[in-house]
Design a protein around this ligand. Sequence first.
Ligand code: HEC
Ligand code: HEC
Length: 250
Amino acid sequence: MITRMRSVAVLGVMSILTLGATAAVAATSDERLAQQLGQQLKQEDVAREEAILAERVRLLQIIKQVESDTTERANAIAEGADRSLLCASCHGRDGNSKQPDTPNLASQQPAYLLEQLQLFATGQRKNFVMQSLASNFNTTDKVNLAIYYSSMPVQPVPFDAKLAARGKGTYDTICFMCHGTNGKGEEGFARIAGQKPEYVIKSLQRYRANALGKSDPEEVKRTNPRMEQVTQNLSDEDIRALANYIASLR
Ligand code: HEC
Ligand code: HEC
């Protein structure tokens, strides 16, 4: 329910942005970005968005139920730690990943982790290794892994301070609405604070490629209506600046 309310709040902010934006021609690229997000989603994307939100509410309830019981939470962490041996070579034993294009899982929002594992399991998000692993887990395994990684601290990653300063403007115009001013996410929205810049760049470029219909069919696809909407007008430079700002968030 809370996710739903938050999404309504976001839509409210977006329509305010559109009203403001129609009054004058958008002067800066950040204003153009805000204008873009204010636009209606395409009809087919509205239905997709609804389905994503409904599923997220369901996943949040599962996580909250386990987390509300101290013993159940401790068991989930212990079981998840055990399972995480399969993940350690890429994501690190503690969820701080070893490779630049592999995401940190440490301190990630547990409902987001669970959501992404489901997307891999059903093939809606594509990655060969992740799809094979996720499709072999039952819901309990996935919940345990999600709660385990969310309980681990995330280690600071290096970033370029100049680029980070440039990315802050764009971040504070639009990205904060769903990922939070500090990038920590909440209620199933992804935490992006401290995420590996290379991974963030690749992710944003993929959403943008889908939005512009330029996805290489051979390329590993990742799709989400909102992220496609907010990335379609970003330049490569905007994306690099944003990734460095996101990496700088603690
Ligand atoms: C061979 C390396 C490898 C192994 C092993 C691996 N992963 Fe991944 N994982 C990746 C890569 C690479 C991505 C990013 C895929 C992409 O770019 O979309 C990823 C993405 C994810 C994501 C999405 C994170 C996000 O921020 O969106 C989750 C969750 C995840 N992995 C969980 C796991 C779990 C749990 C295991 C162990 C059961 C595991 N992974 C094992 C390489 C691996
Ligand atoms: C209207 C809400 C919304 C806004 C605004 C938004 N995001 Fe997102 N973001 C999402 C959702 C939902 C996802 C998960 C999408 C998926 O399942 O692939 C996501 C995913 C991401 C990811 C991938 C995280 C991961 O671990 O793989 C990154 C990076 C990201 N967003 C960055 C941004 C940036 C940068 C901006 C501003 C330009 C932004 N987002 C604005 C909702 C939003």
